[in-house]
Design a protein around this ligand. Structure first.
Ligand SMILES: [Zn+2]
Length: 176
């Protein structure tokens, strides 16, 4: 298990992991009432303050358009079982904000992450229709336009910096 607090230079996402995150968010978006989706993130700590995000796995939960509910204990147990099965470290969770172009943590998301000491990182993926103007590119967000669905995806990942504050991680796509 990597340490929660410390310098994090960047998170390198395997393209497959980014696709998994999108697919999980899209499944929620397509569900009745456009539900939030929840997933678990796996990877490894690399040298030089880099974190490799290699897999994202959907976590089934009771969801609505604006929140997800889950049993804390059951989720922790599932996270550990999957870590063993994948041969990777559990890094944290992500959830989606369907049909929203404000990309990032809400106040509640931030509070929950601060109290969740098992998670090294926390992610938010937003999905919105192409006819709504996407935000500009940023080194702390990854975007993808999915033309068959006419949807823009945006992803942000957060960590706790060495002063104990929740900060946006620098994200890159690539083989790590
Ligand atoms: Zn949220």
């Amino acid at each position: 298990m990597p340490s929660r607090q410390g310098p994090l230079k960047a998170i390198v996402l395997d393209p497959a992991a980014f696709r998994e995150i999108r697919d999980i968010a899209l499944a929620g978006y397509r569900a009745r009432g456009r539900q939030e989706a929840l997933g678990l993130l796996y990877g490894q700590e690399k040298q030089g303050g880099m974190l490799a995000l290699r897999r994202a796995v959907r976590y089934r939960s009771r969801a609505t358009h604006s929140r997800v509910d889950y049993d804390e204990y059951a989720l922790r147990r599932r996270a550990r079982v999957l870590a063993q099965r994948l041969g990777l470290d559990y890094l944290g969770m992500f959830h989606s904000h369907p049909d929203e172009d404000m990309i990032g943590h809400s106040y509640d998301d931030c509070e929950r992450f601060v109290s969740d000491t098992d998670s090294l990182i926390d992610g938010v993926v937003v999905l919105w229709r192409r006819d709504r103007r996407p935000r500009l590119r940023s080194h702390t967000a990854l975007y993808h336009y999915d033309s068959p669905n006419g949807l823009v995806f945006g992803l942000r990942l957060y960590y706790v910096d060495s002063d104990g504050y929740v900060a946006r991680a620098k994200l890159t796509l690539g083989d790590s």
